[in-house]
Design a binder for this molecule. Structure first.
Ligand code: ZN
Length: 135
C-alpha cells in the first residue's frame, strides 16, 4: 500500500499555452505501477487558470480548497471545497481561481492506453501526460 502526503510529490508548472499560475502533482500514476488511473492534484495561484481545452478522456475532479469557477459549454459553475465535477469526453473545460487564496483540486484520468477513450499510448506516454496535464 502506498501512503504519502501530497507534499512528498514534486510539483510541476503547467507550461501549456493558455495556462497561468497553474501547477500539477502526479500523486498516483504508472510511476507507482497503477494499472488504470492517475490521480493528480492541481494548484492554481491567485488569478491563475488552466487552459480552455477538450480531449477524448474524462476527468473526475474534487475541490479541496479555495474558490473559483468551472467553465464549459454549459456556462460557469462555482467551485468551493467539497464540490466535485465530472467532465465527459469531448466536453470543453477550464478552471479559474477567483478567490483571494489558492485553488486546490484533484483530477483523476485514465492512464494512457488503459481505457478506450483515454490518452493513446502509441502517441508516446510523455506527450500524452504532458497534454493531459493541462487538465
Ligand atoms: Zn482536461
Amino acid at each position: 500500500m502506498l501512503v504519502k502526503k501530497y507534499q512528498d510529490v514534486p510539483e510541476e508548472k503547467i507550461e501549456t499555452e493558455g495556462a497561468k499560475g497553474a501547477w500539477i502533482r502526479w500523486l498516483v500514476s504508472d510511476k507507482e505501477k497503477a494499472p488504470c488511473f492517475a490521480m493528480r492534484q492541481f494548484r492554481l495561484e491567485k488569478g491563475g487558470y488552466t487552459p480552455l481545452h477538450t480531449h477524448d478522456w474524462e476527468h473526475e475532479m474534487y475541490v479541496l480548497e479555495g474558490k473559483g469557477v468551472a467553465i464549459s459549454q454549459d456556462g460557469e459553475k462555482p467551485l468551493s471545497p467539497g464540490v466535485f465535477m465530472y467532465i465527459a469526453p469531448g466536453e470543453k473545460h477550464q478552471f479559474k481561481n477567483l478567490g483571494e487564496g489558492e485553488l486546490h483540486f484533484l483530477c483523476m484520468i485514465p492512464l494512457p492506453g488503459r481505457c478506450s477513450s483515454g490518452p493513446k499510448e502509441e502517441a508516446g506516454k510523455e506527450n500524452c501526460q504532458k497534454k493531459s496535464s493541462s487538465c
